[in-house]
Design a binder for this molecule. Structure first.
Ligand SMILES: *Cc1c(COP(=O)(O)O)cnc(C)c1O
Length: 365
Protein backbone atom coordinates (compact mmCIF):
# COMPACT_ATOMS: atom_id res chain seq x y z
CA UNK A 1 0.00 0.00 0.00
CA UNK A 2 1.42 3.38 -0.97
CA UNK A 3 1.07 6.11 1.65
CA UNK A 4 1.29 9.84 0.92
CA UNK A 5 3.22 12.09 3.30
CA UNK A 6 0.14 14.23 3.84
CA UNK A 7 -3.42 13.84 2.58
CA UNK A 8 -6.02 16.47 3.48
CA UNK A 9 -8.74 15.14 1.16
CA UNK A 10 -10.96 14.06 4.08
CA UNK A 11 -10.33 17.32 5.94
CA UNK A 12 -11.38 19.34 2.90
CA UNK A 13 -14.59 17.29 2.51
CA UNK A 14 -15.62 18.26 6.06
CA UNK A 15 -15.42 22.00 5.33
CA UNK A 16 -16.31 22.03 1.65
CA UNK A 17 -20.00 23.00 1.89
CA UNK A 18 -19.28 25.78 4.37
CA UNK A 19 -16.45 27.14 2.24
CA UNK A 20 -18.57 27.07 -0.93
CA UNK A 21 -21.36 29.05 0.75
CA UNK A 22 -18.96 31.61 2.23
CA UNK A 23 -17.00 31.94 -1.05
CA UNK A 24 -20.29 32.61 -2.87
CA UNK A 25 -20.96 35.55 -0.56
CA UNK A 26 -17.50 37.04 -1.05
CA UNK A 27 -17.70 36.59 -4.82
CA UNK A 28 -21.17 38.20 -4.89
CA UNK A 29 -19.73 41.25 -3.10
CA UNK A 30 -16.58 41.12 -5.31
CA UNK A 31 -14.57 42.35 -2.33
CA UNK A 32 -11.37 40.30 -1.98
CA UNK A 33 -9.04 42.33 0.23
CA UNK A 34 -9.55 42.60 4.01
CA UNK A 35 -13.22 43.15 4.94
CA UNK A 36 -15.35 41.55 7.67
CA UNK A 37 -14.19 37.99 6.84
CA UNK A 38 -10.58 38.78 7.78
CA UNK A 39 -11.66 40.62 10.94
CA UNK A 40 -13.91 37.69 11.89
CA UNK A 41 -11.12 35.15 11.56
CA UNK A 42 -8.68 37.40 13.44
CA UNK A 43 -11.15 37.64 16.33
CA UNK A 44 -11.77 33.89 16.31
CA UNK A 45 -8.05 33.08 16.25
CA UNK A 46 -7.27 35.58 19.04
CA UNK A 47 -9.98 34.00 21.21
CA UNK A 48 -8.69 30.51 20.38
CA UNK A 49 -5.11 31.43 21.38
CA UNK A 50 -6.30 33.37 24.45
CA UNK A 51 -4.73 36.69 23.40
CA UNK A 52 -5.99 40.23 22.93
CA UNK A 53 -4.99 40.76 19.27
CA UNK A 54 -4.52 38.72 16.12
CA UNK A 55 -3.39 40.39 12.89
CA UNK A 56 -3.63 38.47 9.62
CA UNK A 57 -0.72 38.70 7.18
CA UNK A 58 0.22 36.89 3.99
CA UNK A 59 2.63 34.24 5.34
CA UNK A 60 4.38 32.91 8.42
CA UNK A 61 7.61 34.47 7.17
CA UNK A 62 5.98 37.90 6.98
CA UNK A 63 4.36 37.38 10.39
CA UNK A 64 7.85 36.90 11.87
CA UNK A 65 9.39 39.77 9.90
CA UNK A 66 6.61 42.26 10.67
CA UNK A 67 6.57 41.27 14.37
CA UNK A 68 10.34 41.84 14.58
CA UNK A 69 9.92 45.21 12.86
CA UNK A 70 7.09 46.07 15.28
CA UNK A 71 9.41 45.20 18.18
CA UNK A 72 11.86 47.75 16.78
CA UNK A 73 14.53 45.28 15.58
CA UNK A 74 16.96 46.68 13.02
CA UNK A 75 20.60 47.15 12.10
CA UNK A 76 23.02 46.77 15.00
CA UNK A 77 20.71 44.41 16.89
CA UNK A 78 21.14 40.69 17.46
CA UNK A 79 18.35 38.10 17.41
CA UNK A 80 18.86 34.60 18.86
CA UNK A 81 17.23 31.56 17.27
CA UNK A 82 17.90 27.81 17.02
CA UNK A 83 20.00 26.74 14.03
CA UNK A 84 17.79 23.67 13.70
CA UNK A 85 14.59 25.08 12.15
CA UNK A 86 13.09 26.05 8.82
CA UNK A 87 15.13 28.75 7.06
CA UNK A 88 12.34 31.36 7.37
CA UNK A 89 13.06 31.78 11.10
CA UNK A 90 16.46 33.21 10.13
CA UNK A 91 15.44 35.02 6.93
CA UNK A 92 12.97 37.23 8.79
CA UNK A 93 15.81 38.43 11.04
CA UNK A 94 18.03 39.17 8.05
CA UNK A 95 15.28 41.22 6.38
CA UNK A 96 15.39 43.64 9.36
CA UNK A 97 19.15 44.16 9.01
CA UNK A 98 19.78 42.58 12.42
CA UNK A 99 22.36 39.83 12.95
CA UNK A 100 21.38 36.18 13.50
CA UNK A 101 22.91 34.48 16.55
CA UNK A 102 22.34 30.73 16.60
CA UNK A 103 21.92 28.42 19.57
CA UNK A 104 21.90 24.63 19.75
CA UNK A 105 18.88 22.46 20.55
CA UNK A 106 17.97 20.01 23.27
CA UNK A 107 18.33 16.44 21.98
CA UNK A 108 15.06 15.05 23.38
CA UNK A 109 12.70 17.77 22.12
CA UNK A 110 14.65 19.26 19.16
CA UNK A 111 13.80 22.69 20.62
CA UNK A 112 16.09 25.55 21.73
CA UNK A 113 18.30 24.62 24.68
CA UNK A 114 17.57 27.26 27.37
CA UNK A 115 20.88 26.67 29.17
CA UNK A 116 22.93 27.30 26.03
CA UNK A 117 20.68 30.26 25.23
CA UNK A 118 21.85 32.36 28.15
CA UNK A 119 25.50 32.08 27.04
CA UNK A 120 24.71 33.61 23.63
CA UNK A 121 23.05 36.77 24.98
CA UNK A 122 25.02 40.00 24.62
CA UNK A 123 24.26 43.68 25.19
CA UNK A 124 23.08 43.81 21.54
CA UNK A 125 20.48 41.03 21.89
CA UNK A 126 17.03 42.44 21.21
CA UNK A 127 14.80 39.40 20.66
CA UNK A 128 14.89 35.63 21.28
CA UNK A 129 12.90 33.44 18.86
CA UNK A 130 12.07 30.02 20.32
CA UNK A 131 10.67 27.74 17.61
CA UNK A 132 7.96 25.27 18.67
CA UNK A 133 9.28 22.58 16.36
CA UNK A 134 7.20 19.65 15.05
CA UNK A 135 4.14 20.50 17.20
CA UNK A 136 5.44 20.91 20.73
CA UNK A 137 6.46 24.11 22.48
CA UNK A 138 9.98 24.99 23.56
CA UNK A 139 10.81 25.31 27.32
CA UNK A 140 8.93 28.58 27.62
CA UNK A 141 9.23 29.21 31.39
CA UNK A 142 13.01 28.82 31.24
CA UNK A 143 13.32 30.92 28.06
CA UNK A 144 11.02 33.66 29.39
CA UNK A 145 13.04 33.75 32.63
CA UNK A 146 16.33 34.16 30.73
CA UNK A 147 14.75 36.88 28.57
CA UNK A 148 13.39 38.72 31.61
CA UNK A 149 16.80 38.65 33.33
CA UNK A 150 18.33 40.39 30.33
CA UNK A 151 15.43 42.64 29.33
CA UNK A 152 15.01 40.94 25.95
CA UNK A 153 11.72 40.31 24.10
CA UNK A 154 10.52 36.81 23.16
CA UNK A 155 8.89 36.14 19.80
CA UNK A 156 7.40 32.65 19.45
CA UNK A 157 7.74 30.97 16.07
CA UNK A 158 4.58 28.88 16.37
CA UNK A 159 4.41 28.11 12.63
CA UNK A 160 4.47 24.35 13.38
CA UNK A 161 2.46 24.41 16.60
CA UNK A 162 -1.14 25.52 16.04
CA UNK A 163 -3.20 24.89 19.16
CA UNK A 164 -0.57 23.00 21.13
CA UNK A 165 -0.44 23.79 24.88
CA UNK A 166 2.29 24.44 27.41
CA UNK A 167 1.12 24.23 31.04
CA UNK A 168 -2.39 24.96 29.77
CA UNK A 169 -1.38 28.00 27.70
CA UNK A 170 -1.68 27.98 23.92
CA UNK A 171 1.39 28.30 21.74
CA UNK A 172 1.89 31.88 20.57
CA UNK A 173 0.31 33.42 23.68
CA UNK A 174 3.30 33.33 26.03
CA UNK A 175 5.90 35.65 24.51
CA UNK A 176 5.62 39.32 23.50
CA UNK A 177 4.14 38.04 20.27
CA UNK A 178 3.60 34.75 18.48
CA UNK A 179 3.68 34.00 14.76
CA UNK A 180 1.75 31.43 12.76
CA UNK A 181 1.88 30.18 9.18
CA UNK A 182 -1.21 28.93 7.37
CA UNK A 183 0.78 27.32 4.56
CA UNK A 184 -1.42 24.41 3.35
CA UNK A 185 0.55 21.61 5.05
CA UNK A 186 0.64 23.25 8.50
CA UNK A 187 -1.61 22.14 11.37
CA UNK A 188 -4.11 24.83 10.36
CA UNK A 189 -3.63 25.33 6.64
CA UNK A 190 -5.23 27.71 4.16
CA UNK A 191 -5.75 26.92 0.46
CA UNK A 192 -2.76 29.11 -0.33
CA UNK A 193 -0.41 31.31 1.71
CA UNK A 194 -1.35 33.04 4.95
CA UNK A 195 -0.01 33.98 8.37
CA UNK A 196 -0.90 35.63 11.68
CA UNK A 197 0.73 37.62 14.45
CA UNK A 198 -0.88 37.22 17.89
CA UNK A 199 -0.05 39.42 20.87
CA UNK A 200 -1.34 41.02 24.06
CA UNK A 201 0.76 44.12 23.35
CA UNK A 202 -1.37 46.97 21.91
CA UNK A 203 1.62 48.66 20.31
CA UNK A 204 2.88 45.52 18.55
CA UNK A 205 -0.64 44.88 17.20
CA UNK A 206 -0.94 48.49 16.04
CA UNK A 207 2.44 48.42 14.30
CA UNK A 208 1.81 45.10 12.53
CA UNK A 209 -1.59 46.39 11.33
CA UNK A 210 0.11 49.47 9.89
CA UNK A 211 3.09 47.64 8.42
CA UNK A 212 1.03 44.96 6.65
CA UNK A 213 -0.98 47.62 4.82
CA UNK A 214 1.53 50.11 3.33
CA UNK A 215 2.01 51.82 6.72
CA UNK A 216 -1.14 53.80 6.16
CA UNK A 217 -3.29 55.61 8.67
CA UNK A 218 -5.79 56.66 6.02
CA UNK A 219 -6.31 55.64 2.40
CA UNK A 220 -3.44 57.79 1.08
CA UNK A 221 -1.78 58.93 4.32
CA UNK A 222 1.30 56.86 5.22
CA UNK A 223 2.98 57.10 8.59
CA UNK A 224 5.53 54.29 8.05
CA UNK A 225 7.29 52.66 5.08
CA UNK A 226 5.01 49.65 5.26
CA UNK A 227 4.51 46.58 3.11
CA UNK A 228 1.77 44.82 1.22
CA UNK A 229 1.24 41.73 3.38
CA UNK A 230 -2.41 41.11 4.10
CA UNK A 231 -4.30 37.88 4.72
CA UNK A 232 -6.51 37.23 1.67
CA UNK A 233 -10.25 37.40 2.28
CA UNK A 234 -10.81 34.00 0.64
CA UNK A 235 -8.08 32.43 2.78
CA UNK A 236 -9.65 33.90 5.92
CA UNK A 237 -12.93 32.22 4.88
CA UNK A 238 -11.24 28.81 4.57
CA UNK A 239 -9.45 29.26 7.90
CA UNK A 240 -12.67 30.28 9.69
CA UNK A 241 -14.28 27.08 8.46
CA UNK A 242 -11.33 24.97 9.64
CA UNK A 243 -10.59 26.52 13.05
CA UNK A 244 -13.54 24.87 14.87
CA UNK A 245 -12.03 21.47 13.95
CA UNK A 246 -8.42 22.22 14.93
CA UNK A 247 -8.54 20.68 18.42
CA UNK A 248 -10.28 17.58 17.08
CA UNK A 249 -7.72 17.22 14.27
CA UNK A 250 -4.88 17.58 16.77
CA UNK A 251 -6.36 14.75 18.85
CA UNK A 252 -6.55 12.66 15.66
CA UNK A 253 -2.85 13.36 15.03
CA UNK A 254 -2.12 12.20 18.59
CA UNK A 255 -4.05 9.01 17.86
CA UNK A 256 -1.88 8.37 14.77
CA UNK A 257 1.24 8.99 16.90
CA UNK A 258 -0.10 6.42 19.38
CA UNK A 259 -0.44 3.89 16.55
CA UNK A 260 3.13 4.54 15.43
CA UNK A 261 4.28 3.93 19.01
CA UNK A 262 2.22 0.72 19.17
CA UNK A 263 3.99 -0.71 16.10
CA UNK A 264 7.48 0.77 16.54
CA UNK A 265 8.22 0.36 20.23
CA UNK A 266 11.13 -2.00 20.70
CA UNK A 267 12.53 -1.54 17.17
CA UNK A 268 15.37 0.76 18.24
CA UNK A 269 13.83 3.69 16.36
CA UNK A 270 13.72 6.80 18.59
CA UNK A 271 10.13 8.07 18.65
CA UNK A 272 8.98 11.63 19.42
CA UNK A 273 7.39 12.13 22.84
CA UNK A 274 5.81 15.07 24.63
CA UNK A 275 8.04 16.63 27.31
CA UNK A 276 6.66 17.20 30.82
CA UNK A 277 3.82 19.71 31.17
CA UNK A 278 3.08 20.02 27.52
CA UNK A 279 1.24 18.62 24.57
CA UNK A 280 2.63 17.37 21.29
CA UNK A 281 0.31 17.74 18.30
CA UNK A 282 2.69 16.04 15.84
CA UNK A 283 2.49 18.58 13.02
CA UNK A 284 5.53 16.54 11.94
CA UNK A 285 6.19 12.98 13.11
CA UNK A 286 9.98 12.94 13.18
CA UNK A 287 11.80 9.79 14.29
CA UNK A 288 15.53 9.14 14.59
CA UNK A 289 17.16 6.07 13.09
CA UNK A 290 20.39 4.68 11.70
CA UNK A 291 21.19 4.23 7.97
CA UNK A 292 18.58 6.76 6.96
CA UNK A 293 19.35 6.83 3.25
CA UNK A 294 18.82 3.09 2.94
CA UNK A 295 15.59 3.21 4.96
CA UNK A 296 14.22 6.10 2.87
CA UNK A 297 15.01 4.25 -0.35
CA UNK A 298 13.18 1.15 0.91
CA UNK A 299 10.13 3.21 1.92
CA UNK A 300 10.13 4.96 -1.47
CA UNK A 301 10.26 1.59 -3.26
CA UNK A 302 7.08 0.66 -1.36
CA UNK A 303 5.39 3.93 -2.39
CA UNK A 304 5.77 5.54 1.03
CA UNK A 305 6.92 9.14 1.15
CA UNK A 306 9.25 10.22 3.95
CA UNK A 307 11.03 13.57 4.20
CA UNK A 308 13.90 15.12 6.14
CA UNK A 309 13.12 18.10 8.39
CA UNK A 310 15.89 19.32 8.23
CA UNK A 311 18.94 18.00 6.37
CA UNK A 312 21.14 21.10 6.86
CA UNK A 313 21.20 23.35 9.95
CA UNK A 314 20.98 27.06 9.08
CA UNK A 315 24.51 27.89 10.25
CA UNK A 316 25.82 25.56 7.52
CA UNK A 317 23.53 26.84 4.74
CA UNK A 318 25.26 28.66 1.90
CA UNK A 319 22.89 31.59 2.39
CA UNK A 320 24.33 32.06 5.90
CA UNK A 321 28.01 31.54 5.06
CA UNK A 322 28.51 35.20 6.05
CA UNK A 323 27.17 34.64 9.59
CA UNK A 324 30.56 33.44 10.80
CA UNK A 325 29.83 29.85 11.85
CA UNK A 326 31.44 26.52 10.95
CA UNK A 327 30.78 22.78 11.16
CA UNK A 328 31.08 21.56 14.74
CA UNK A 329 29.66 24.75 16.31
CA UNK A 330 26.28 23.16 17.15
CA UNK A 331 26.89 19.40 17.57
CA UNK A 332 23.39 18.38 18.67
CA UNK A 333 21.75 20.07 15.67
CA UNK A 334 24.33 18.68 13.28
CA UNK A 335 23.85 15.14 14.59
CA UNK A 336 20.07 15.51 14.39
CA UNK A 337 20.30 16.48 10.71
CA UNK A 338 21.95 13.11 10.01
CA UNK A 339 19.45 10.88 11.86
CA UNK A 340 16.07 12.54 11.64
CA UNK A 341 13.30 11.24 9.37
CA UNK A 342 9.70 12.48 9.05
CA UNK A 343 7.07 9.80 8.49
CA UNK A 344 3.62 10.30 6.93
CA UNK A 345 1.29 12.11 9.37
CA UNK A 346 -2.16 13.65 8.95
CA UNK A 347 -5.33 13.56 11.08
CA UNK A 348 -7.27 11.10 8.95
CA UNK A 349 -4.41 8.62 8.50
CA UNK A 350 -5.75 5.08 9.01
CA UNK A 351 -4.32 2.23 11.07
CA UNK A 352 -3.77 0.30 7.81
CA UNK A 353 -1.68 3.17 6.49
CA UNK A 354 0.35 3.32 9.72
CA UNK A 355 0.87 -0.45 9.50
CA UNK A 356 2.08 -0.16 5.90
CA UNK A 357 4.66 2.43 6.98
CA UNK A 358 5.81 0.56 10.09
CA UNK A 359 6.04 -2.81 8.28
CA UNK A 360 8.19 -1.25 5.57
CA UNK A 361 10.37 0.35 8.26
CA UNK A 362 10.84 -2.97 10.05
CA UNK A 363 11.75 -4.71 6.76
CA UNK A 364 14.35 -2.02 6.07
CA UNK A 365 15.89 -2.51 9.51
C1 LIG B 1 6.50 27.18 7.73
C2 LIG B 1 7.40 27.85 8.68
C3 LIG B 1 7.69 29.23 8.58
C4 LIG B 1 7.29 30.08 7.42
O1 LIG B 1 5.95 30.10 7.12
P1 LIG B 1 5.47 30.46 5.62
O2 LIG B 1 4.00 30.65 5.76
O3 LIG B 1 5.83 29.30 4.75
O4 LIG B 1 6.16 31.72 5.23
C5 LIG B 1 8.47 29.79 9.57
N1 LIG B 1 8.96 29.06 10.59
C6 LIG B 1 8.72 27.73 10.71
C7 LIG B 1 9.27 26.99 11.87
C8 LIG B 1 7.95 27.09 9.75
O5 LIG B 1 7.73 25.76 9.85
Amino acid sequence: MSVPFIDFTEQNKVIRAGVDAAFAQVIAKASFIMGPEVKKFEDEFAAYCGVKHAVGVNSGTDALYLALAALGVGEGDEVILPTYTFIATALCVSYTGARVKFVDIDEASCNMDPVKLEKVITAKTKVIIPVHLYGQTADMDEILAVAARHGVAVLEDACQAHGTRYKGRRSGSMGHAGCFSFYPTKGLGAWGDGGMVVTNDDNVAYMVRMLRDYGRTDRYAHKFKGHNSRLDTLQAVVLSQKLPYLDQWNVMRQRVAGLYAKYLTGTGIVLPVAAANREHVFQTYAVRLKQRARVMAHLAAKGITSLIHYPIPIHLQEAYADAGYKAGDFPVSEKMCEDILSLPMFPHMTEDQVRAVTSALKEAL
